[in-house]
Design a protein around this ligand. Structure first.
Ligand SMILES: C[S@@+](CC[C@H](N)C(=O)[O-])C[C@H]1O[C@@H](n2cnc3c(N)ncnc32)[C@H](O)[C@@H]1O
Length: 232
């Protein structure tokens, strides 16, 4: 390559990646309307002692509920600096966070595996990864992550937990025998689902346990854990 040519754009600056992310973050602004439509159900659910989340779930089919650009960039950099080659996500929705993580996998020579139980979301997430030019380094497993991640090959270097909150602990337990030493586990919505996620936070923060954890005041609260346990 001649010296005066710029290096190929890569990472999040690759034109296909940045254009797809810009389009998706713009589209994700429609979530406000989805949540407004869900409001009556949330209020009725409140009277019946249902959680906000339980009441809103039928409406969330159309919602991105995605990470912010800042948090996406943070995950990209975390995965990149750790040289994470096997990157796994619980809850991919339409694929916004998946693009940040698959872009990191392309840089590290690794692979990103997402999971999404809603079939139409899973298909759209795959199409969005293709639009970003990242299909070769990524996959979205359709169906319940508890089943779709069971056959996953380890060692797993990086996990992002963002599906329904009652499954953070079961999904983590499922992956634990496959975690690489020093694997990074990021989990979203620690503040917005404070009560539901209390057992999860206690689990990953237990000084006698197998993680070291901190919680970041970013978005709706993100826990960052490092696996210090024994890999099976
Ligand atoms: C908060 S959204 C994920 C947003 C996505 N990580 C992003 O930032 O673009 C949560 C998603 O998890 C999916 N989900 C919930 N439970 C799941 C399960 N058991 N297996 C796979 N996906 C699940 C939901 O359908 C929903 O699309």
């Amino acid at each position: 390559m001649p010296f005066d040519m710029p290096p190929p754009a890569n990472g999040l600056n690759a034109p296909q990646v940045s254009a797809t992310l810009a389009r998706l973050h713009q589209d994700a602004r429609q979530d406000r309307n989805v949540l407004l439509r869900a409001l009556p159900a949330i209020l009725t659910g409140y009277l019946k002692a249902r959680s906000t989340f339980e009441s809103a779930e039928p409406y969330l089919k159309d919602a991105y509920i995605s990470v912010s650009p800042e948090f996406g960039q943070l995950m990209y950099l975390a995965a990149l600096s750790a040289g994470a080659r096997n990157i796994v996500e619980f809850g991919s929705s339409f694929g916004i966070s998946a693009i940040y993580l698959a872009a990191a996998a392309r840089e590290t020579g690794g692979r990103f595996t997402g999971t999404e139980k809603d079939p139409s979301k899973a298909q759209i997430a795959l199409a969005n990864l293709a639009e970003a030019g990242l299909s070769r380094w990524s996959d979205i497993r359709e169906g319940d992550a508890m089943e779709s991640l069971a056959p996953l090959q380890g060692p797993v270097d990086f996990v992002f937990l963002d599906g329904w909150k009652d499954l953070y602990i079961p999904v983590l337990h499922l992956l634990e025998p496959k975690l690489a030493p020093g694997a990074i586990i990021l989990a979203d919505n620690i503040f917005s689902f404070r009560k539901t996620l209390k057992p999860f936070v206690e689990y990953v923060s237990d000084p006698a346990g197998q993680y070291e954890t901190t919680t970041l005041t970013i978005g709706s609260g993100v826990s960052w854990s490092v696996w210090r346990g024994k890999t099976g």
